[in-house]
Write a protein that binds this ligand. Structure first.
Ligand SMILES: Nc1ncnc2c1ncn2[C@@H]1O[C@@H]2COP(=O)(O)O[C@H]2[C@H]1O
Length: 230
């Protein structure tokens, strides 16, 4: 697959916790939690809160955002099926490090942190959790670099590819990006007008289709080429 900013699209694919454990361990983890369904735009965790549970996400994409005091939120990551959400607090007993909001309808299983700790012990999967956390740290570095150094179009393209990659293989419409232009602008720390004019150009070129609160990627290769421009 073509290299994107030195990273191939395959490497860019978000690796969930599910990919790191045996299928029967993942199933047992899901069964250990309480079934929850969330509407699009629902806030699951708020940065700074103290709460003793985490989510095992099985369907739908969420955004992870960070803000300093009353400042605008900046997007840290987009995660999807196969991910753990809210596992940091259980590791370091600190408040929630970020705010989590659903981008679309989500299905997850909720587990108290102490039950998750028991699960890690019983199934001896500390190493897998370490690898998972380190993958999140590594992806954060790439994300930060893109925010700081990529021009507008490349930054926007990178985010659209991240949302696409986080959909997971079972998603019915992964190329439908459930974010408005205003939401994309806030997420990337860009002016809304810059996002609007880039999307208008891509629309004219047949690369995307835009709706009221979503974008459909019609030509992923063209978006990958845009993301590769530094
Ligand atoms: N940089 C990041 N990349 C991916 N997920 C993150 C990142 N920062 C925070 N999170 C997730 O957001 C959650 C917020 O609550 P926690 O701090 O409990 O656990 C956090 C992680 O699951």
């Amino acid at each position: 697959m073509r290299a994107v900013s030195g990273i191939s699209a395959t490497e860019r694919a978000v690796q969930g916790f599910r990919a790191l454990v045996r299928p029967e361990v993942w199933s047992a983890l899901v069964q250990a939690g309480a079934h929850r369904e969330y509407e699009p735009g629902q806030r699951l965790f708020s940065q700074g809160d103290q709460s003793g549970w985490l989510l095992v996400l099985v369907a739908g994409r969420v955004k992870v955002s960070y803000a300093e005091r009353a400042g605008d939120e900046l997007l840290l990551a987009v995660r999807g099926p196969g991910d753990l959400i809210g596992e940091f607090s259980g590791r370091d007993d600190a408040p929630r490090s970020a705010t989590i909001q659903t981008l679309e309808h989500c299905v997850a299983y909720a587990l108290p942190q102490d039950r998750f700790a028991d699960f890690l012990r019983t199934h001896r999967i500390y190493r897998e959790l370490d690898r998972y956390l380190m993958a999140k740290v590594r992806q954060s570095a790439a994300h930060t670099w893109r925010l700081a150094h990529q021009p507008t179009a490349a930054r926007l393209a990178s985010l659209l590819l991240e949302v696409l990659a986080s959909a997971g293989p079972e998603h019915p419409s992964p190329a439908r990006i459930p974010m408005s232009q205003a939401e994309l602008a806030v997420a990337l720390g860009l002016a809304r007008s810059s996002v609007a004019s880039t999307l208008a150009r891509w629309r004219r070129e047949g690369v995307v289709e835009t709706g009221r609160a979503h974008i459909v990627l019609l030509d992923v290769e063209a978006i990958e080429r845009e993301a590769a421009r530094v």
